[in-house]
Design a protein around this ligand. Structure first.
Ligand code: HEM
Length: 468
């Protein structure tokens, strides 16, 4: 019997509670039709009723944006649980983690899930960022969503970094010391910024409580606001880019299919597989925990967390002013303005812009794979501008000079690629991006696996180094 015919006061307590949640549902018996409608209307607050069939292709999104959202959800859920056991003061932080792992029911497992979700989300967001860029999803009307995405990327980086300190073990303490130490080199504001972040001139109780507040309140709150904004912008842009081959002209939305079950089922499968993967990782590998932080005993080598290893490697080749300020600022600035460049063609939906764009990307990656290790080795064993030009200040001989040489190389590369392939500016800019991207990945790998005692270059098997 449909519920409309029944007055609420004739229902039992359980039915009245259910009525207050789902008014107008049913009378006692499960009315699947009504539940389905309720579920659908919930989904339709977040998703359109129909989506273009082409955008369901797994090879368009690889499910990466959805995975990032699931991982952020898992981080918030497990983070809330960890808050019950964790104490953010140097005297208690390490012990509270030990207590969580050894005495709290499923404590180690929850910590592992939080750890692996945090590391995986960075990787997933990075891949999502690449897929958005390489499918031309930065062209109008999606420019601003790119900016929101970039902001979330930096927030997630900040979240990983602030969380890194919380266990207060040797790994955490010294990795964070290295990173906040990099700020010192920013002219004018460096020392002030370092003191602000550390809550004093060195890492101590104030740093831990600042990091704890940023990690558990400020960043999650920003993400919770920005994520729905990001999804809403996707809808406002008319949904995802429509994938097409390089030969096809920009296509319209084509055939539309119902979001439920077509999109939702796919999203649920990806989410379930991802959760299973994180659970498996968490069962097999424990989150690292070294000895309690000892400010008087720094490990050698002291390395930054893996996501900042590329920056740490740059510090070995450029004056800090250039390694941690000028070069990263130029790159971040370029990323922010990337969608606002006037492009020759609208490549939205085409992987790597065109067939030629694909070939150029492969060539750029190959050039970076050869040039970067050669550059690292040359700088380590041959080039020494500081010794060759002792009269110049170090910021010039070891900063400006190599930076100008690298910049000249990059501009030359752009010009050469554009000329050789008679390329559009989309394709040439993409080549430069691939060149720098692969170079940065090689710098990161070098720092993680090829730097040993005293940060000297060596083979991984010579040092038995663990990943930071
Ligand atoms: C917490 C981080 C993020 C989450 C949860 C997230 C989530 C999503 C989701 C669910 C979508 C829809 C489809 C998909 O690609 O899976 C999407 C699309 C998009 N994202 Fe993100 N994203 C994040 C970070 C980023 C970053 C770092 C960027 C780039 C800098 C970015 C730029 C975009 C753009 C431009 C679209 C529209 C793509 C299109 O129309 O094809 N997002 N994002």
């Amino acid at each position: 019997m449909p519920f409309q015919n029944v007055t609420p006061d004739r229902l039992n307590l359980f039915q009245r509670i259910r009525y207050s949640i789902f008014p107008g549902t049913y009378n006692g018996k499960i009315d699947r039709e009504r539940y389905r409608n309720l579920f659908n209307s919930l989904v339709f607050h977040l998703r359109p009723r129909v989506v273009p069939q082409r955008t369901l292709r797994f090879t368009l999104t690889w499910g990466l944006g959805g995975m990032a959202a699931v991982l952020v959800g898992m981080l918030i859920a497990t983070g809330l649980m960890l808050k019950f056991a964790y104490q953010p003061v140097p005297d208690r932080a390490y012990e509270s983690i030990l207590h969580l792992q050894n005495s709290v029911f499923f404590g180690q497992f929850i910590r592992n899930i939080h750890h692996w979700s945090g590391n995986t989300v960075l990787l997933v967001i990075f891949l999502h960022f690449l897929r958005v860029l390489f499918t031309g999803a930065i062209h109008p009307p999606r420019q601003f969503n790119w900016i929101i995405g970039l902001t979330m990327f930096f927030l997630v980086l900040g979240s990983n970094f602030t969380g890194y300190l919380l266990p207060w073990d040797q790994l955490a303490f010294w990795a964070v010391t290295i990173c906040t130490g990099m700020l010192e080199y920013l002219p004018g504001i460096g020392e002030w910024l370092q003191k602000l972040i550390q809550g004093g001139s060195e890492i101590g109780p104030a740093t831990l409580s600042n990091f704890f507040a940023i990690h558990t309140a400020v960043i999650p709150a920003c993400l919770v606001i920005l994520m729905p904004f990001h999804f809403w912008r996707v809808r406002k842009s008319g949904g995802l880019v429509i994938p097409r081959t390089p030969d096809e002209k920009p296509v319209d939305r084509g055939q539309l299919v119902a979001t439920i079950p077509n999109l939702i089922l796919r999203e649920l499968v990806v989410a379930a597989a991802l959760i299973a993967f994180i659970m498996l990782l968490s069962v097999i590998f424990n989150a690292p925990l070294e000895a309690k932080a000892n400010p008087g005993l720094s490990p050698n080598p002291t390395k930054a967390p893996w996501y900042f290893a590329g920056l740490q490697e740059m510090l070995l080749h450029f004056h800090p002013l250039f390694a941690v300020m000028i070069i990263p600022f130029i790159i971040v600035g370029a990323l922010v303005f990337l969608p606002y460049v006037r492009y020759d063609t609208d490549t939205a939906g085409v992987w790597f812009a065109s067939y030629r764009g694909r070939r150029m990307a492969i060539v750029s990656a190959a050039v970076a794979m050869v040039a970067t290790p050669l550059g690292i080795i040359a700088d380590e064993f041959v080039i020494d501008f500081t010794a060759w030009m002792p009269a110049l200040p170090a910021a010039v001989s070891n900063g400006l000079l190599p930076a100008v040489l690298v910049l000249a190389g990059v501009i030359g590369f752009y010009w050469l690629m554009k000329k050789k392939y008679t390329a559009t500016n989309n394709e040439a800019i993409q080549s430069v991006f691939v060149l720098l991207l692969v170079a940065f990945i090689i710098l990161t790998i070098t720092c993680i696996w090829f730097r040993g005692t005293g940060m000297a270059l060596m083979w991984p098997w010579e040092m038995g180094a663990a990943m930071p």
